[in-house]
Design a protein around this ligand. Sequence first.
Ligand code: 13P
Length: 349
Amino acid sequence: MPLVSMRQLLDEAAKGGYGVGAFNVNDMEQIQAIMGAAQETNSPVIIQASRGARAFAQDRYLFHLILAASELYPDIPIAMHQDHGNSFETCKSAIELGYTSVMMDGSLKEDGKTPSSFEENVAVTKQVVDYAHERGVTVEGEIGVLGGVEDGHGAGGSGLEHITDPDQAVEFAERTGVDALAIAIGTSHGAYKFTKRPDGSVLKMDVLIAIHKRLPSTHLVMHGSSSVPKDLQDIVNEYGGKLKETWGVPVEEIQLGIRNGVRKVNVDTDNRLAITGAIRKVLWTQPEKFDPRDYMKPAREAMQKVVSQRMTQFGQAGHAHDYSPISIETIAKGYKDGSLATRPLVAAK
Ligand code: 13P
């Protein structure tokens, strides 16, 4: 099956009332782990690559690995997404490569660190939407600023400094025509999100619910959604790692989000932890090993286990065969003739 439009995946998820995990990749084993999990659970998937991942793996290697996945698993709908594009040029280059979806993170300036103004964010996101939609490519925008840093991208801080304002979210969605909207509700990228199990003072699910009420048909995106489970932390630390005690986003909170308009759930850190734990275990317990397959195989298995679990928890499991993919050309026509609405439905306050 060719790579499919993320818009189609998210529209179908909205119809079915479930969320779709968007898992970050840098290499072949991670792609294999995701596809193994998708097949095991019969799930549609979003595979995403940050700018850092594209630089690490090189564009052509990474893109062709994902094409290989679509050839090997012709029954699984796969959307290929640019995570945190920092400029029009980054998004354009992903679209030229063949990505079916891009995130224009205009919440930060092009340096990927400094928060931008609302007007700057609207302008660059709209520019990407115009270019992408003409080519049938989905666009995710971001309003509010996440905490933490991922692959060198991020404002840092706790995630509470730039919580999304629901009125701004409405204006942003109306003026840009984005297909999906990432919002800041206190989460941050990376392992160190919360210093204790998060409650409403640090994880603002009420803000998410308020935004969903105003924008009932906009696909919301939760970034920084790793749960950072204690068992994965423990494995890393048992075999020589030095992770400090930390908490992520509980799966029940993500499920609450999914009941309130969240359709895309970004997960990277949990997979990194699973891989690192598995590799550490082999190298620590069997120091005589030196064939990379001896540790990459368990690492891949450990990641597949996490991804399968998340696919089931987010509700996408069982939905790979609900629909036939629409070609990107047909999607482009839909944006042009207005059948794929780009102006969001806005509910009264
Ligand atoms: P985590 O660091 O919580 O996995 O978040 C990943 C993410 O949001 C990628 O954009």
